[in-house]
Design a protein around this ligand. Structure first.
Ligand SMILES: *Cc1c(COP(=O)(O)O)cnc(C)c1O
Length: 294
């Protein structure tokens, strides 16, 4: 039982269930979109354009939000078009998102002025959402997660891709609290710098301390191994909570590893955020134990 780890270490663990907020929009991607949608409305946009990989939770959420709130959506997808759409892109298409595929080289240059200008030539006027929805307005939406936590806590944990969600949380913590991010990418030492930059752009001087742990990437983004799938299955059995393999599975794996190794002082109260992302599990093989995307 994983709960035995908590007892042995004398720590309390609470899970903030962002995955349950909404069946389609649930998770941190909705938090990141919220104030961007408000800005798009104020600026009288009717189209949202954004970027993502073929299994992206952000593409999924943007497509769902567009359908619900009446925006046309365009998704610029990294990589080649496949004859058959994967479940993420099928959902996005069903929501009315128009998909456009670009090769990896062009995708890397997606934020350059010339690329954006080309996209405007092709698609006209649009509200541009960055990859992952990670911009200053995203921080404001993610900060609101803290307002909804109705218990005292010392440490808050979250999975990090770009780190924007962590930055948003950090902006709303007290000096006595601490944020701990679990990075799901390999060789991601740049994330601390990115987080600092985002905080700076948002004019936030954090009261709390924060750090990122880069030890639990499992070989890189969307890479998994049997130990991770086993952990997720045990977690489901013990707590009846499903985790995703790209983000929350790695965070909880790392968190329990730290707990088991005495990382937290006895009495520590931890809140871990379940940021959703369960749609991404459909991209792995049906047995749920394959180590690669289909
Ligand atoms: C995108 C995502 C994250 C990471 O969010 P960042 O703000 O990019 O760090 C964490 N969990 C899930 C489920 C996500 O989809």
């Amino acid at each position: 039982m994983q709960s035995a780890s908590l007892e042995a270490a004398d720590v309390a663990l609470f899970i903030k269930r962002e995955d349950l907020v909404d069946a389609e929009l649930g998770g941190n991607k909705w938090r990141k979109l919220k104030y961007n949608l408000e800005a798009a409305q104020q600026q009288k946009h009717d189209t949202l354009l954004t970027f993502g990989g073929a299994y992206s939770n952000h593409i999924y959420a943007t497509a769902a939000a567009g359908q619900r709130y009446g925006y046309k959506t365009i998704g610029i997808i990294r990589g080649e078009q496949h004859a058959e759409l994967n479940p993420t892109l099928q959902f996005a298409t069903d929501c009315g998102m128009q998909l456009d595929y670009v090769d990896r080289e062009s995708y890397r240059n997606k934020t350059s002025n010339s690329c954006i200008n080309q996209l405007h030539k092709k698609y006209g006027r649009f509200y541009l959402l960055p990859e992952g929805g990670s911009n200053v307005l995203a921080l404001k939406g993610c900060a609101e997660i803290i307002d909804e936590i109705d218990t005292d806590f010392d440490v808050i944990c979250v999975a990090c891709g770009t780190g924007a969600t962590l930055a948003g949380l950090v902006s709303n913590l007290s000096g006595k609290q601490q944020a701990l991010g679990f990075v799901v990418l390999k060789d991601a030492d740049f994330i601390s710098t990115d987080i600092k930059l985002l905080l700076q752009q948002a004019n936030i001087n954090p009261a709390c301390s924060w750090q990122v742990n880069t030890s639990y990437h499992f070989g890189g983004y969307a890479k998994t191994d049997q130990a991770l799938w086993d952990f997720m299955a045990r977690f489901k059995k013990d707590f009846d909570i499903e985790l995703d393999a790209v983000y929350t599975g790695k965070m909880f794996y790392g968190l329990f590893d730290l707990i088991n190794n005495g990382y937290f002082k006895p009495g520590t109260r931890i809140v871990a955020i379940h940021t959703g992302g369960l749609q991404g599990n459909k991209g792995f093989s049906p047995q749920m134990n394959a180590n690669k995307r289909k």
